[in-house]
Structures are given as structure tokens and as C-alpha cells.
Design a protein around this ligand. Structure first.
Ligand code: F0G
Length: 449
């Protein structure tokens, strides 16, 4: 008899199923991506999505306090005794009219979802609480990940908190200092590879296979289950209504994949009536998805993705010795491992893809800092992308839009300081040099009033 939850290959010609007791990160039969799937008939899911609000009243229960496990019925793959939580998902959905004005959206329509408020300062904690719970369930003792920074910080924190060893692989010189400082401080074995994120991603898969380590990248289907809850919290923040648009930065494409799955399941379960559209935003220096979807016309095609287009594209990157570059180091990725699941999400959510320049990202980031709670560069790609989509008329001025701000502003202080100090953009706010003299200081201060 099939368990309540199981793993299933996304390749329609394979479709192999495996129980959740196996730590897998690709299909052992055809090497495609795996999904966590559920036998919904065997799960008692609340009748209305607003029923989840009842758990706020019992938040002394650690699982009800968690912004991930509060929705546990929708990611029901392990028993409560294995569930790890360090208080993730206490995030805010902020209506922000000042930023809305900048992107030409009507007051009351733009919402910013601050995932930087998680314990390790990024959205990754949503995924790690789920993946580490699965790691505990299968008895893992050692783990690993490749990272542009935030995954390594989150892995290091969760590994330490549940007593699992971890090794994190990062590209040398490719990681923001806030993130590197976390990995070291939380006690991860940190290995800097002379290469970029894509090199680290390739190496970590082989290391995990060879040494039997538990892999924590978003190839891990259980990690993506945790990331679905970002969408549940946005719906919750809107009084249990669905927005018209979700806007998210695209790197390794785990978030966009998880969001598409979340909405598909909610619709299937009758918990929502409408699926929002999704916009995935790359940086122009790392725009594989944009190029493949908008120029090469790659699509989900009912699961029959044209592999040749992808193979040719990657062969060309290799031939050109291409390595991605953007100030948004979190999304500096040219071979996104969740590409196919992301194509599925685009199909489910009638999605669009755009790329924005570093200059656009930096201005948007400064604006979110000036009028909101701030974020790291990759997160600001959402607002920069929205500006494009409004100018094109793809997004309407009175549609309800939720932008996922994936990481905390202190993750990458160098980028922020340089933007202001070197007057790189229209919102630069450089420090003013003053002599150590009261009259001169008073003169400077009054000039500002
Ligand atoms: N925003 C931030 C702040 C990130 O750290 C990442 C990914 C993304 C967006 C992209 O999300 O991969 O789901 O498309 N960071 C990974 C890491 C790759 O290693 O920390 P995605």
C-alpha cells in the first residue's frame, strides 16, 4: 500500500515512485528531478485555507509557532517527532505605497514579503526546516550543500541546531561577507572551490553520492516543500486572498518551482479558486532562464521539455568558458538545477521571465531600503523587474502584486556601502566628511533641514 507521501520522478516517460524513507536527489532510474507527492485522500486538510489561522491561537506549540509547520497538512511527509524548528517563517507582508509609486502601481496594490526576517536572514530557512526534518527521519548524520551564500548560512544554522554535521561548498570570491561569516560562525566546514556556483553544484552532487552525505540543495524535493509556505503566508497576509502576481528572483529556480507546485496543489484541493501569475526575474549577467524561455522558446510542454535546446545552450556556455557575473551574487548562476520544474511553474502560473541590469537592481535595492525594511541585491531584482513589466503593460497598475524579498539587507553590506559611497545611482546617500569642529558640523547639519 502506498504511503501518504512519496517521491515521484517528474519525467512523464519514467514517473517512477519511491518512498520517503530514501534520501534521493534525482531519480535513480532516469536521473530527472523528483517531487514530493501526496495521496491527498489520506490526509485531513482544512476545508478552507483560512482555517490555518486557528493555529495562531496555539502558538505555544512549536509547530504552530513555525511559519512553515503551521501549514504542515500541506507538506505532510514526516511525523511530528522528526520535525526541526527554530522559529522560521515569522515574516511580514508589507503594503508599500512609496515603492509602488516608483514602479507606477496604484496605492494599496504592492506588497513586499520580507523573508530576510528568518533566523538565518533569508528564505532558505523555510526549506531547511523541511529538509532537515527529512534528514532526521532518514537518520542522516552528515550533510552538504553548494551555495552562493544563503544556503550555506541556513544549512550551517540548522545543522548545528539538530546535531548533523555539514560541509558547505562555495565559489572562491563569489560570496557576500555576511553569508560567509554566518557559515563560519555556525561551525560549518567551509570549502572554497576555485570556481563558480555551477562548479560547486556539480562537485557537491558527486561528493554526496560518493560519501553518502545528505544533500541540502534545492534538488532535494523536501526542501521545496518547505518553500511552498512562503506562498501560504502571502495569502494569509492578504486576509486569505490570492494576489494577481507573485514576483520572485530566479537563481537556481527552487523558489519559483516550489511556488508553482504550491498553487497547483491549493487549486487541486479546492482551497483557492484562482492561481496567480508569476514573474521570475534574472540578472542580465546570469540570464539562462530568460534566454531559454524568451528567445529559445523552451517550455514545459506537458513534461516533454526539449532537452536538446538545453544541451546546446550549456554546450555553448562551456565552449565560451562562460561564467555568470552580477552584483546580485545570490543569483549568479548559469545552470539552474530546477530549470524543468520552473518551466512547469511558468506553465501552471501563466508566468513571464525578465532580466534586469545590476544598475536597476541597485537602485531598486536602495529604494526598498529607503522606504521599506531593506533587502539584499538579488531580492531587489523583483522591483526592478516589476518596473519593466509595468512599462510594458504586462502587469496592470491596479493588480495586486506580491514581491518576495528573499534576503536581509545586512547579508551584503559591501554592495550597499559602495552604492552610496561611490554615488553609483539615483538613490545614493553618501556619508559627508566633516572636520572635528562644532561650528562646521552645525553648518553641515542645518544644511539638511
Ligand atoms: N534570493 C536570494 C537572496 C538567494 O540567496 C537565492 C538563492 C535566490 C534569490 C534565488 O533563489 O535559487 O530558488 O531561484 N541562493 C542560493 C544559495 C543559490 O546558494 O544561497 P532560487
Amino acid at each position: 500500500m502506498k504511503e501518504t507521501a512519496f517521491q515521484k520522478c517528474i519525467n512523464p516517460d519514467c514517473g517512477a515512485e519511491f518512498d520517503c524513507g530514501q534520501p534521493l536527489f534525482k531519480c535513480p532510474k532516469c536521473e530527472e528531478l523528483l517531487d514530493a507527492q501526496y495521496d491527498w485522500d489520506k490526509i485531513e486538510v482544512p476545508k478552507k485555507i483560512s482555517d490555518f489561522a486557528g493555529r495562531w491561537a496555539t502558538k505555544s506549540n512549536r509547530l504552530d509557532f513555525s511559519g512553515v509547520w503551521r501549514f504542515r497538512d500541506l507538506l505532510n511527509f514526516c511525523e511530528d517527532k522528526y520535525k526541526i524548528s527554530i522559529g522560521e517563517g515569522q515574516t511580514i507582508l508589507q503594503q508599500n505605497d512609496a515603492v509602488a509609486k516608483y514602479v507606477d502601481v496604484r496605492p494599496g496594490c504592492l506588497f513586499l514579503q520580507y523573508e530576510g526576517m528568518n533566523p538565518s536572514g533569508s528564505f532558505k530557512d523555510n526549506g531547511m526546516t523541511a529538509a532537515f526534518s527529512h534528514a532526521k527521519m532518514v537518520g542522516a548524520t552528515s550533510s552538504a550543500c553548494a551555495s552562493t551564500g544563503n544556503t550555506s548560512a541556513a544549512v550551517a544554522l540548522y545543522a548545528q541546531s539538530c546535531g548533523i554535521k555539514c560541509t558547505v561548498f562555495i565559489g572562491s570570491g563569489r560570496i557576500a561577507f555576511g553569508k560567509l561569516s554566518q557559515a563560519m560562525d555556525y561551525g560549518a566546514q567551509t570549502i572554497q572551490i576555485l570556481g563558480d556556483f555551477d562548479d560547486c553544484m556539480r562537485q557537491v552532487q558527486d561528493v554526496c553520492s560518493e560519501l553518502g552525505l545528505y544533500l541540502l540543495n534545492s534538488l532535494n524535493p523536501f526542501r521545496l516543500e518547505g518553500q511552498k509556505t512562503i506562498m501560504y503566508r502571502i495569502i494569509e497576509g492578504l486576509g486569505f486572498e490570492v494576489p494577481d502576481w507573485i514576483i520572485v528572483p530566479g537563481g537556481n529556480l527552487g523558489n519559483s518551482s516550489a511556488f508553482g507546485k504550491a498553487f497547483y496543489e491549493l487549486k487541486q484541493l479546492g482551497l483557492i479558486e484562482k492561481i496567480p501569475r508569476i514573474a521570475i526575474i534574472n540578472a542580465t549577467g546570469a540570464d539562462t532562464l530568460t534566454d531559454l524561455v524568451n528567445n529559445k522558446k523552451l517550455s514545459w510542454n506537458n513534461g516533454y521539455v526539449d532537452q536538446k535546446i538545453i544541451d546546446d545552450y550549456y554546450a555553448d556556455l562551456t565552449a565560451r568558458n562562460f561564467s555568470p557575473h552580477t552584483c546580485a551574487s545570490a543569483i549568479e548562476i548559469s545552470r539552474p538545477v530546477n530549470l524543468k520544474k520552473c518551466l512547469r511553474a511558468i506553465d501552471i502560473c501563466n508566468g513571464v521571465v525578465r532580466a534586469v541590469t545590476d544598475e536597476e537592481i541597485l537602485d531598486a535595492k536602495a529604494l526598498i531600503g529607503r522606504y521599506g525594511l531593506g533587502c539584499e541585491p538579488a531580492s531587489a531584482a523583483t522591483i526592478a523587474g516589476l518596473k519593466h513589466l509595468r512599462a510594458e503593460g504586462v502587469v496592470g497598475a491596479d493588480e495586486r502584486i506580491a514581491c518576495v524579498l528573499t534576503g536581509h539587507p545586512l547579508k551584503d553590506p559591501n554592495v550597499t556601502v559602495n552604492y552610496h559611497k561611490d554615488k553609483q545611482g539615483q538613490f545614493s546617500n553618501p556619508p559627508i566628511e566633516a572636520p572635528n569642529d562644532l561650528d562646521a558640523i552645525i553648518k553641515l547639519v542645518t544644511k539638511n533641514e
